[in-house]
Design a protein around this ligand. Structure first.
Ligand SMILES: [Zn+2]
Length: 193
């Protein structure tokens, strides 16, 4: 029998616009991404600046770009995990990948044109330590730039690391709710009530 999340009352409640989350008081209306604001190697006190502030400085953090010590280059990406029991549905980690300087420069130079999907894939190192997994920092990945201002997608090298396994085989609703709980949104009791 194939699992169908529409049979799971927690899933239906999460998508119910009239159900409000006990953590933030808002209707989530379904899944939401968990975002990492900066690469793991970027100083926590580095201020977040607009993309337009990118000016060749050695240390800068914006919503989409990061440079550390003038020699490490990063792009803000999305790592999508297919959801078990919900076709065409993905849970997303907003996370960072390193890029070579050459690819970073191409990414930045073409950023405002909106047509970038033919430029990749680019090699990168996954650059965040995600909660809820054995260390995810420096997993090998491919970065696929997208069109229309969508953030690049990360595809991890297929290995037996749990994060790679979830990207290959899917993530369950229970795991997603566990990850939400680890990042300040423990909705488990309320969704099950
Ligand atoms: Zn919430």
């Amino acid at each position: 029998m194939t699992l169908d999340l529409n049979d799971d009352s927690r899933w239906r409640r999460l998508h119910d616009a009239s159900w409000t989350c006990p953590c933030c008081g808002e209707s989530h209306g379904g899944l939401f991404d968990i975002a990492m604001e900066r690469p793991g190697s970027c100083d926590a006190d580095q201020p977040l600046q607009p993309n337009s502030a990118l000016d060749g400085s050695d240390n800068i953090l914006t919503g989409d770009f990061c440079v550390v010590d003038g020699e490490h280059y990063f792009a803000r990406c999305v790592l999508q995990l297919p959801v078990v029991g919900a076709p065409e549905t993905y849970f997303g980690w907003g996370a960072w990948s390193s890029l070579s300087k050459a690819n970073f420069d191409i990414y930045v130079d073409t950023f405002d044109q909106g047509a970038q999907s033919d430029l990749g894939a680019w090699f990168g190192w996954f650059s965040n330590t995600l909660p809820g997994y054995p260390d995810t920092f420096s997993l090998k990945c491919q970065v696929y730039p997208q069109d229309n201002g969508q953030r690049p997608l990360i595809e991890l090298e297929p290995t037996d690391h749990p994060l790679s396994q979830e990207q290959q085989h899917g993530i369950t609703l229970d795991r997603i709710l566990e990850l939400y709980a680890l990042t300040g949104h423990d909705m488990r009791d309320a969704l099950s009530a």
